[in-house]
Design a protein around this ligand. Structure first.
Ligand code: NAD
Length: 224
């Protein structure tokens, strides 16, 4: 399987790869061995051309006219996405959202990869020592030690918006390589830190717009 050098790849392509992986995993669980661009496209609600274009960024998969072997493509997508290993994570901000995320049972979706929580951090003295998922909430001053000891890769930011940059700076200084930011603000980080924004209020606002303008939804869903 030849792999092209990664140049510029649309963010939407990466999101769709995650969708294709979910579909392939489900096909595999149903005992289905082969699939096609058409079948993946239908399930992912995109065109078959889009499926082929998304996969082509990463190499050549499948056989013309024969489609794809589910197991092989699932493994390839897992490798491309880095989901064939463990990712160690911490949460910074153990308020309502931080506690809910710590409680979420779905970090390990398969026995091939997992997102494992290694530390929970806050600054509020009343939260220190609080137990969640077998972890004890620690002071943010202990973040760097935790990151280095456990080889933490990514941090989730769940602090109030005005504290989000402080949390990002602390995570960066501690040595994480990626941040999942739930605070509704753009973070300033160096180029070598990957940031993903999770903004559920923004989703609600987009939803309001698309409920009022349903004809525009189909256009914005078109291929990139
Ligand atoms: P919260 O006030 O319940 O919790 C915030 C926590 O962050 C507190 O425990 C606080 O002590 C801690 N904190 C403050 N500064 C800190 C710092 N520098 N380092 C470490 N910890 C620090 O807030 P919340 O409702 O959990 O929301 C957290 C963030 O997530 C906000 O930015 C919010 O906009 C966003 N958000 C929340 C929800 C939700 O449903 N609660 C949904 C989407 C997004």
């Amino acid at each position: 399987m030849s792999q092209k050098p990664l140049l510029s790849i649309p963010n939407a392509t990466i999101s769709r790869l995650v969708t294709y992986l979910r579909i392939l995993t489900s096909l595999e669980q149903k005992g289905i061995n082969r699939t096609s661009s058409d079948a993946l496209a239908e399930e992912a609600q995109v065109s078959a051309f889009q499926v082929r274009k998304d996969l082509a960024y990463f190499g050549r998969f499948g056989t013309r006219g024969m489609g794809y072997t589910v197991l092989t493509l699932r493994r390839e997508l897992q490798r491309i996405l880095g989901l064939n290993r463990r990712w160690n994570c911490v949460i910074v901000g153990m308020g309502r959202l931080g506690q809910a995320l710590a409680d979420y049972p779905g970090y390990m979706e398969s026995n091939l990869y997992e997102f494992e929580l290694k530390g929970l951090f806050d600054i509020d003295p009343s939260k220190m020592g609080m137990q969640l998922r077998g972890l004890s909430v620690q002071h943010i001053n202990d973040l760097e030690h935790c990151v280095r000891t456990h080889g933490v890769d990514m941090g989730f930011i769940t602090v109030p918006v005005e504290k989000a940059q402080d949390a990002a700076d602390a995570l960066t200084k501690a040595g994480v390589r990626g941040i999942l930011n739930f605070a509704p603000t753009a973070l300033k980080v160096s180029d070598d830190i990957a940031v993903e924004q999770v903004d559920f209020m923004a989703g609600m606002k987009r939803l309001a717009f698309y409920i009022l303008n349903p004809h525009l939804k189909a256009l914005t869903d078109q291929e990139e």
